[in-house]
Design a protein around this ligand. Structure first.
Ligand code: NAD
Length: 361
């Protein structure tokens, strides 16, 4: 089997961390019987340098032909990079916003995993984090408050602003289906988060999620109010498997969940559409401060590649093996600079990639 993967190496540390993820994918392919073909796509600053724009129509068309896209990160130092002298619609980030829209990526997945070995980076008490935790936030990405009708008016000298939070049942159903599908590949537990005691949009959300749940009798569904969820994430994050929620709640909760894991170089993410297609990328940025030094942590990108194998290609065993290899390498005490602690061995980007490859073998 050949996997047709688009690759956006991007800017800053992007090329370094993506190279390691490709190395790991190839290694996993050797062991689990698939090959990967990579279509290199230019986006962000790298595309501005060649084409004068952060994303061309041709690149969008090529990305659509791929089965999934693996991305590094894009952007540069806003103070010193010439990319930021351009008007906002021509800057690196504009490419990212456009590709998400063009590919209709409505479901954003952000796992928050605390490895026991990295517990020192977690701001929570040891009694809460003992044994680590592994949860995933599924956030609706293209509806809700951020996309609703808005405006500001002045009446009798008083300014009033409004934003509207709208969801239709189809938008809710398609993300709920993705959440239940993903829960089936995990511990089969969905917590749907809303504010149904106040908001009509949340009451519709709850009704539709309950309808979808009927098709997944093996999955346990519970509902939780968003204010309670914010508390539970720091009180007892182990209780969660998949958290399903709308755009703004997900925006806030996913950052909270990331924070309790403590290290940006470890955070994978994926954005999916209605097909098996997904865009997989680390949650961090292009880290211009350490670009080209060979010290960036490639693990978030490697874990994003594992998600790609699981969700776009149904290569669950290969994904499990990559995740287990990451865990093993951490257990053995290897660390990049960003997660370094006393008594561990510091390694660079390339060596970390190679150690994870060895773990898969
Ligand atoms: P950043 O995430 O790039 O860096 C924040 C800090 O985390 C820096 O000290 C950096 O060295 C460190 N860091 C990030 N990833 C790391 C890794 N893998 N290994 C080790 N250390 C790592 O955030 P920033 O400095 O605010 O932004 C830099 C550029 O990245 C900006 O142009 C911004 O717009 C862009 N950005 C892009 C994305 C994306 O491509 N999705 C996301 C966020 C920021």
């Amino acid at each position: 089997m050949n996997l047709n993967i688009g690759v956006i190496k991007g800017d800053g540390i992007g090329p370094e961390i993506v190279a390691e993820a490709m190395k790991v994918l190839d290694q996993a392919g050797e062991v689990y019987g698939f090959t990967c073909s990579y279509e290199q796509l230019l986006m962000g600053g790298a595309s501005i340098d060649v084409h004068g724009v952060p994303l061309t129509d041709e690149t969008v068309a090529k990305a659509k032909e791929c089965s999934a896209v693996l991305m590094g990160s894009i952007g540069g130092d806003a103070k010193t990079s010439p990319w930021y002298q351009l008007e906002p619609s021509k800057r690196p980030e504009a490419g990212l916003l456009r590709i998400r829209k063009e590919l209709n990526l409505f479901a954003n997945l952000r796992p928050a995993v605390l490895y026991e070995e990295l517990a020192a980076a977690c701001p929570l008490k040891e009694e809460i984090t003992k044994g680590g935790f592994d949860l995933l936030i599924m956030r609706e990405l293209t509806g809700g408050l951020y996309f609703g009708e808005r405006g500001t008016v002045e009446e009798n000298g008083v300014l009033t602003a409004h934003d509207t939070l709208t969801y239709n049942e189809e938008e809710i159903r398609r993300i709920a289906v993705r959440a239940f599908d993903i829960a089936m590949k995990r511990r089969k537990n969905v917590v749907s988060v809303d504010k149904a005691n106040v908001l009509d949009s949340s009451r519709l959300w709850r009704k539709v999620v309950e309808e979808v749940a009927k098709d997944y009798p093996q999955v346990t569904l519970t509902h939780m109010l968003v204010d309670n969820c914010a508390m539970q994430l720091v009180r007892d994050p182990k209780q969660f498997d998949v958290i399903l929620t709308e755009n703004m709640f997900g925006d806030i909760l996913s950052d909270e969940a990331s924070m309790v894991t403590g290290s940006i170089g470890m955070l994978a993410s994926a954005s999916l559409n209605e097909t098996k297609f997904g865009l997989y990328e680390p949650s961090g940025g292009s880290a211009p401060d350490i670009a080209g030094k060979g010290i960036a942590n490639p693990i978030a990108t490697i874990l994003s590649a594992a998600m790609m194998l699981r969700y776009s290609f149904d290569q669950d065993k290969a994904a499990d093996a990559i995740e287990a290899a990451v865990s093993q390498v951490l257990k053995e005490g290897y660390r990049t600079g960003d997660i370094m602690s006393e008594g561990c061995s510091e390694v660079g980007t390339e060596q970390m990639g190679s150690l994870i490859c060895e773990g898969i073998r």
